[in-house]
Design a protein around this ligand. Structure first.
Ligand code: B12
Ligand code: SF4
Length: 461
């Protein structure tokens, strides 16, 4: 998907055409096919929505000789307590840096730009504790040790069910020598619940992804992310650090209610909160969202496949967005976005932020020396070798931060190393984004310049 929507669309069509020409039957499913089935018209089978409740119908149809068809799951009714244990035996576990499992689906919030609540609903549905522990046990029995990512839409959507599970998870981890380090995604109100934070920490959760989106309360209210508007975001992040959890955060630029101060506001928040890995993207009206429907009703939604800014819509997901007529001039939004990326991923600024974050993060309520550690140390050795030998630009940052982490205690090593490892990608990625935005801005300026005489000419007729 890294080629953006246009190339994704073209690639999808190319693959489906190739299937047809080879006489191969194609089966599509998953969030994109569910949200935009029209893009997959050429597929022989479409299995749309949560597969558990319809995959049996598809298999039966196939066995009875059908070679095309559409199966659509009834929305939000799939009983996840009946989901089968994933076939981890099909994975080459050694090739993974983390393995995904899922405890619950759905999120109670109503963010305007979100497709998750349209795909999985607002009433979280959780698996049973026994089911979840069997999944982990299966992974364990297959010899996997290391990071397990809980890929829930919002793991704290049903706190009561989560807390009941965490009690059993902590006991399971302990009785197995703490084989798994855990990461997940949650909404920022996780910071309001001290008990939950310490329970998560005690289970081995070390990292949480949080969608902050914007520091500005008006923007948050307008985009219906009210749960973030009524709080001190910096204090909330610091509280999560104090529980021993490292925060990845998402931000979005391009909201209707945004002012020209957006770049400074986002930079200030990232710096003050000491958020090291901040994923900043341009607002994209995904299909199957309230935002997409509103923009369409206002006549502002653009065809995402249309040529944009004279450069086409190609590019990575983060840079490709704004598939609608923006309220602020497009060039201003792009310039603000560029300013944020250029600032936050400047190597010195990034390093200083990691050092500040290390002072805020406290030891987790989880053993540091676990049975998953040897595997992680092998990864660390590989990383250290790679950086020291092949990445001179990051070498200084890496060793300085490792040293600082060691001085703060073993608990600080992972939050120290992780952002540096990410910087191997983020540093060059940020430079690419800045280059691309510059080209887009020039294309926009050129277009205005060439268009002006035409407008004058037309006005004279
Ligand atoms: C974990 C995750 C990742 C991980 C994946 C790690 C891994 N090795 O699997 C990482 C971080 C790498 C990742 C990357 C990206 N992701 Co992602 N990711 C997720 C996340 C959080 C969970 C996915 C998951 O495993 N769910 C658990 C399973 C059980 O649910 P599920 O995938 O929906 O599958 C169910 C059904 O959809 C169906 N199904 C799924 N696939 C198929 C296929 C067939 C053939 C059939 C019949 C059925 C079927 O059956 C399942 C059971 O019901 C979702 C958000 C979410 N909450 O779902 C985003 C999500 C899938 N990601 C998304 C995006 C955009 C990306 C990136 C493009 C981001 C980027 N800028 O690069 C990349 C693309 C990577 C790639 N090469 O494809 C979007 C997709 C949007 C869309 N409408 O298509 C989502 C929905 C988030 C969002 N709301 O924007 N992602
Ligand atoms: S909190 Fe996250 S998952 Fe929930 S509605 Fe908002 S964006 Fe979607």
């Amino acid at each position: 998907m890294t080629g953006g929507m246009l190339s994704q669309e073209v690639e999808t069509r190319r693959i489906l055409e190739r299937c047809k020409s080879l006489g191969v039957i194609s089966v599509v499913g998953g969030p994109d096919a569910t949200s935009s089935p029209q893009r997959y018209e050429m597929a022989d089978f479409k299995v749309l929505g949560e597969a558990e409740s319809i995959i049996g119908d598809f298999v039966e149809a196939w066995r009875s000789g059908a070679r095309s068809g559409t199966f659509t799951a009834e929305k939000f009714t799939t009983d996840v307590t009946k989901s089968p244990i994933p076939r981890f035996d099909l994975l080459e576990l050694k090739s993974y840096t983390n393995i995904g499992v899922q405890f619950s689906r759905g999120c109670p919030f109503i963010c305007e730009f979100c497709d998750i609540i349209e795909l999985f609903g607002r009433i979280p549905r959780a698996k049973t504790n026994a089911q979840m522990l069997t999944e982990l046990q299966t992974l364990y029995d297959r010899g996997y040790r290391g990071v397990v990512d809980f890929v829930d839409d919002n793991i704290i959507g049903n706190k009561k069910a989560l807390k009941a599970f965490l009690v059993e998870l902590a006991a399971w981890q302990k009785s197995h020598g703490c084989p798994f380090s855990l990461s997940t995604e949650a909404s920022l109100n996780i910071a309001d619940d001290d008990e939950l934070l310490s329970m998560m920490s005690a289970c081995g959760f070390y990292q949480v992804f949080i969608g902050i989106e914007s520091p500005n309360a008006d923007v948050l209210n307008a985009t219906r992310k009210k749960q973030n508007a009524r709080r001190d975001i910096v204090a909330s992040i610091h509280k999560i650090y104090a529980a021993g959890l490292f925060v990845f955060a998402g931000f979005i630029v391009g909201f209707d209610a945004e002012q020209s101060s957006v770049a400074d506001e986002i930079i200030d928040l990232i710096e003050e909160a000491a958020i090291t890995v901040a994923m900043v993207g341009l607002l994209m009206a995904l299909p199957n969202t309230q935002l997409c429907r509103r923009l369409a009703a206002e006549g502002r939604l653009r065809d995402v496949y249309e040529e944009e800014d004279g450069l086409g819509m190609g590019g990575d997901q983060c840079i490709h967005g704004l598939n609608f007529d923006t309220l602020r001039p497009r060039s201003e939004i792009l310039a603000d976005y560029r300013a944020i990326i250029a600032h936050i991923y400047d190597p010195d600024v990034y390093q200083a932020r990691i050092l500040r974050m290390l002072k805020l993060i406290k030891p987790p309520h989880f053993p540091i020396f676990t049975s998953g550690l040897p595997g992680e140390l092998v990864q660390l050795r590989r990383l250290a070798w790679n950086i020291t030998v092949h990445r001179p630009a990051v070498r200084g940052m890496f060793w300085r931060i490792i040293l600082e982490g060691l001085l703060r205690g073993p608990h600080a090593l992972r939050p120290a190393i992780q952002p540096v490892a990410f910087y191997l990608h983020l540093g060059s990625y940020a430079r690419d984004i800045v280059r691309l935005i510059d080209a887009k801005l020039i294309a926009l300026t050129d277009r205005q310049v060439t268009e002006r005489p035409l407008a004058v000419q037309n006005a004279g007729r």
